[in-house]
Design a protein around this ligand. Sequence first.
Ligand SMILES: [Zn+2]
Ligand SMILES: [Zn+2]
Length: 185
Amino acid sequence: MRDIMRQFDSLNLHAPSSPEYQAFKYTRLVCAGCHWEFPSSYTLSLIGAIDGNTRIVLGATPGYVELGRNGTCTKCGSTESFLAYQRYEPSSISQADVDAIRQYWRHLGKLRWSKTGKITAICDCCNEYVSRVGTYFFDDRLECETCTDKQFADGVNKLRGNPFYYGATELQRARSFAKLHPGTT
Ligand SMILES: [Zn+2]
Ligand SMILES: [Zn+2]
């Protein structure tokens, strides 16, 4: 992994805005044994960006030092892992993808309401009260229709410029979601 990163950097083949570069930047490291997706602190540790002496690592999960040292999964002991690499061709991205992400977030919003059992909530963006109808949940935030409209304004271009604009895995998840729930609005 460390070598791949170094090679990738030194080759300098791809411009930072290229689909290859972006795909690599958002690559995920998955254990080959238990399929656990390692937290980003693990990946950083493995490429030598952080170690046990790094004092403050935001969101670091215990075990990253171990993985960085010997590449062993702290859950199952496997020493093999693979990189999940998702490359999107900008021309393959359409309004349907933007709609899919929106519907996916809407779906998460509905789940959120049913889980909390609350009757009212506040939009994490504009602080207005929101109702069960027309709320969106993503990245641990609940947002109202108006704020979500703003997020998705010019969505196709945002997504073509950066397929990970709405999150590292949102496009992938939203596409799967749209397949499972065709015609959801
Ligand atoms: Zn494992
Ligand atoms: Zn709002």
